[in-house]
Design a protein around this ligand. Structure first.
Ligand SMILES: NC(=O)c1ccc[n+]([C@@H]2O[C@H](COP(=O)([O-])OP(=O)(O)OC[C@H]3O[C@@H](n4cnc5c(N)ncnc54)[C@H](OP(=O)(O)O)[C@@H]3O)[C@@H](O)[C@H]2O)c1
Length: 410
């Protein structure tokens, strides 16, 4: 493991919450005596290489470490590969090829064709683990679904009298806000929107505000719910006189500049009440009308199809969904096999009773149980935070990267 890639990876993390749906990228250069590092810091802004190269000596030589291969296409900025070809370092070390089909190994190929020594694969697993939503979007064609829950130690989210706030303590809530700020969108079901009327903002820490999505097939939520009030005051129709020309995730193109503008979305089924829909749209909500599905994912049911929802979220540029479900939505996500990561805050208390966070999800045998892998366990005051993820997902993504043996066989 080299110091160079560690520096590049550390630098890339500074872009978390600011660059999606683009990847987090870090670049580190050394001539053996000095180090210079830069990262990709803002969607629509200069890439890590473009921020680094102006700081290097005229004939850079030395070694360059990149967490992702240099891009080869004109996007919002010129291709970074031209910077490396014009002033080649003595050696380039790249963690992973870019899975974006417009690049897909093309940057590495160009370096090799120019006779620049290139090493690929250093700390590849760590780089993939650091930006799972980006790799999920490009390699699986769907967003990364992180489910967050606060429960008692026996997995209950409400008492027999229906009391559900707050089960966990202030440190857990602060940690939730920190994680919200790293996601593209916070998602809740209609049940939670109605009962808790949450704002879904990042208030207890400083950090970027994600978009808010309410899944509500029947327009049961109030258009003036707390989530709308909190969003409208800062990002609503009155906040910007200039219309967005284009939107990607949390970003809007106004004139020629990309600015951060989190969105407020209501997801309903096709053919819903038109007047109700208009009431939402007039207040600035985006309404996504999607096919319905039954409890087993079959078409035509009364709930929004999760498959259709995830496809739409991906198309809109939301790669990381931070879902804060009640038991119904959590159960549906488990049932459909959509959960990639679980972020579970458990209070050191037993509530008992029937209000389990997993809702109607049921495995007939232990072999059928939804299996996770434990990633991290922490204590937050009296609460326990357990972070889990779908097993084998990093290996799966690595095997699908451009140039990997499994990908070239397929
Ligand atoms: N402790 C925690 O971490 C936590 C977090 C959130 C909420 N809660 C608690 O949970 C309670 C609310 O839970 P809830 O179960 O009533 O509400 P919920 O899970 O937040 O939302 C229910 C919604 O999920 C959707 N849904 C259900 N089955 C579905 C399926 N098969 N496919 C697609 N969508 C489906 C339905 O939306 P449609 O209307 O669109 O069909 C339904 O309205 C509240 O007491 C709240 O305080 C606890």
């Amino acid at each position: 493991m080299t110091e160079g890639m560690s520096r590049a990876l550390r630098a890339s993390r500074r872009g978390r919450g600011h660059v999606s749906p683009n990847p987090m990228v870090g670049a580190a250069w050394t001539d053996g005596a000095r180090w210079i590092t830069r990262h990709f810091s803002r969607f629509g802004g200069a890439h890590a290489e473009a921020r680094l190269f102006p700081l290097l000596p005229d004939a850079p030589s030395g070694e360059l470490f990149l967490t992702l291969e240099p891009c080869t296409v004109f996007g919002k900025t010129p291709p970074c590969i031209d910077l490396l070809l014009a002033r080649p370092p003595a050696r380039v070390v790249i963690a992973v090829p870019d899975p974006d089909p417009r690049v897909s190994g093309g940057g590495i190929r160009k370096l090799k064709e120019a006779g620049i020594p290139v090493v690929v694969g250093e700390r590849a697993a760590d780089v993939v683990a650091n930006d799972l939503p980006f790799f999920s979007a490009h390699l699986r064609g769907r967003p990364w679904v992180e489910v967050k829950l606060g429960s008692s130690i026996d997995g209950r989210v409400a008492t027999s009298g229906g009391e559900s706030r707050w089960i966990t303590g202030p440190s857990a809530r602060k940690d939730v806000h920190r994680r919200r700020s790293t996601a593209d969108a916070v998602v809740v079901g209609a049940g939670t929107a109605l009962k808790d009327d949450p704002e879904l903002t990042v208030r207890h820490v400083k950090g970027p505000e994600p978009s808010k999505i309410v899944i509500d097939s029947g327009f049961r939520t109030s258009p003036e719910a707390a989530v709308w009030k909190a969003w409208n005051g800062v990002y609503g129709p009155g906040s910007s006189p200039e219309p967005a020309l284009e939107r990607r995730g949390n970003h809007a193109k106004v004139g020629t500049v990309w600015t951060r503008r989190p969105r407020l979305v209501l997801v309903s089924t096709e053919g819903g009440d038109r007047a109700r829909r208009r009431a939402f749209e007039e207040l600035g909500w985006e309404v996504w009308s999607l096919p319905g599905a039954d409890d087993h994912g079959g078409l035509g049911g009364r709930h929004v199809s999760m498959e259709a929802f995830l496809a739409r979220a991906l198309a809109e540029g939301f790669h990381h969904l931070f879902v804060e479900p009640g038991p119904s939505l959590a159960g549906a996500l488990l049932q459909g096999g959509w959960v990639d990561a679980l972020t579970l805050y458990m209070a050191a208390k037993v509530i008992g009773g029937s209000h389990s966070w997993s809702g109607g999800y049921e495995a007939a045998t232990l072999a059928d149980a939804f299996q996770f892998q434990t990633v991290d366990v922490q204590t937050l005051d009296q609460d326990v935070l357990v972070r889990l993820r779908r097993p084998g997902v990093i290996e799966e993504f690595l095997s699908c990267l451009p140039g990997s043996s499994r990908r070239s066989e397929s």
